[in-house]
Design a protein around this ligand. Structure first.
Ligand SMILES: Nc1ncnc2c1ncn2[C@@H]1O[C@H](COP(=O)(O)OP(=O)(O)OP(=O)(O)O)[C@@H](O)[C@H]1O
Ligand SMILES: [Mg+2]
Length: 401
């Protein structure tokens, strides 16, 4: 089937449940409030055209979950969501047996069951007779579908969001493989359910642990980074925060500067939105370091981050204040340690080499929420790839708090 044809069950005139092309994806996502760049729009289109699961990785708050929700809204599909967590088992993800209902039925059928075993000569043969009725009680009637099975058996088209898959245990991750590869779920007592309508599956990860190669292989992969300044400003505008355009543009610059500091939790898009709303509510008409410092707790989540960000704010608000000595060893932001600063002369245009040397892939990385390894000295040099660095941030980059 081509992506422009109607999927089964789709009626003429209804919202097409797939995207017709990259531009169509971009436009329809925009209509539901999600602003994409070329890569994102292309991936959204490809996912619906190829029918492949999409694995979104990236730092917190860059719009991973929102993308799945927006794809559902834009394609008129029902959203089914599985929120993953440690210790979760397949009864919460796939299906479980409705014991209460089974019990109720056996009680109501007590007389009938009595008749079945009535003339059994001994216990063993009575048990055999009951066992012969197993299939009645382990049938679809007593099956409770959880999101994965529901996505497969759904008669209407769905988006299945498997959110924060990295938080699920590896055993549960393995359970996802059958669904991701074959779009089917096997229930040993009943048989295999195969999807009649291929669900659009979106998985998100914050990289708290490495995902298996088997899972990655089955998915289209997209690293969702912090947006560039222009798109972030567009997102802020689209949220009707009430903050004047010029201030919003300035604020985006400051947030990008903050992302360039070695914060334990770099501010994400959602924090920029919150900050803009906060400043609008306070009736701020001019961005100054003191005004921003008073509201910094909206974007910083750790005491140490707050201190560092407060010290850097004057320079971020007015980049002309950058002192030349910042380029040398005696940098002025008062945290004694050595780290790569991303100066052109030191290690390339945005410090990638030094950072690459420090980035360490790791499992259960306590800094998974992001601590960019970029130096603090050059707020204006925030590169589009900074989220990737933050996201990959290994424990080795963590500072003593
Ligand atoms: N491209 C975008 N267009 C519009 N809004 C966006 C976009 N990206 C992010 N947002 C906004 O940012 C907020 C945070 O996004 P979301 O919750 O999807 O992040 P996330 O990547 O899933 O974060 P986490 O990893 O913490 O779950 C959303 O509420 C949404 O309003
Ligand atoms: Mg999310």
């Amino acid at each position: 089937m081509t992506d422009t044809e109607a999927t089964p069950g789709e009626t003429a005139g209804a919202t097409p449940t797939t995207f017709a092309g990259v531009e169509d994806a971009r436009q329809r996502l925009r209509e539901v409030g999600y602003l994409t760049d070329d890569r994102l729009a292309t991936t959204a289109f490809l996912q619906s055209a190829l029918g492949k699961p999409l694995l979104l990785e990236g730092p917190a708050g860059v719009g991973k979950t929102q993308l799945a929700q927006s794809v559902a809204a834009a394609t008129g599909r029902r959203l089914l969501r599985l929120q993953c967590y440690e210790g979760q088992d397949e009864t919460k993800a796939l299906y479980e047996w409705d014991y209460g209902k089974q019990l109720l039925y056996t009680q109501m059928l007590r007389d009938k069951i009595g008749q079945v075993v009535e003339d059994a000569p001994d216990i063993a043969s009575a048990v055999d007779r009951i066992a012969a009725q197993d299939s009645v009680f382990f049938s679809e009637r007593f099956l409770v579908a959880r999101p994965l099975l529901e996505a497969i058996t759904s008669e209407d088209p769905v988006v299945l969001l498997i959110d924060e898959v990295d938080r699920a245990d590896e055993a549960l991750e393995a359970v996802f493989l059958e669904l991701l590869a074959e779009f089917q779920v096997s229930v040993p007592e009943v048989g295999t359910f195969v999807a009649e309508q291929t669900p659009l599956v979106v998985l998100t990860s914050n990289n708290t642990r490495d995902l298996s190669a088997a899972l990655k292989r089955r998915c289209l992969h997209l690293f969702l980074d912090y947006p560039d300044a222009e798109r972030e400003l567009e997102i802020i505008r689209s949220k009707d925060t009430g903050l004047a355009d010029a201030l919003a543009a300035q604020l985006v610059g400051v947030v990008r500067g903050l992302r360039g500091l070695e914060l334990r939790k770099a501010p994400s898009i959602s924090e920029t939105i919150d900050w803009a709303r906060t400043l609008a509510v306070l009736g701020v008409t001019e961005l100054s370091a003191p005004v921003l410092a008073e509201t910094l707790n909206v974007v910083t989540k750790y005491e140490r981050d707050l201190g560092l960000a407060t010290r850097e704010l004057p320079r971020l608000v007015d980049p002309n204040r950058t002192v030349p000595e910042d380029r040398g060893q005696g940098h002025g932001h008062g945290h004694g340690h050595s780290h790569g600063h991303g100066h052109d002369d030191a290690d390339g245009p945005d410090g990638r080499d030094v950072r690459a040397g420090k980035d360490q892939p790791g499992r259960h990385d306590e800094a998974y929420y992001g601590s960019p390894s970029a130096g603090a000295a050059e707020p204006k040099r925030v590169a589009p790839g900074q989220g990737q660095r933050s996201f990959r941030g290994g424990g080795a980059k963590r500072r003593p708090v």
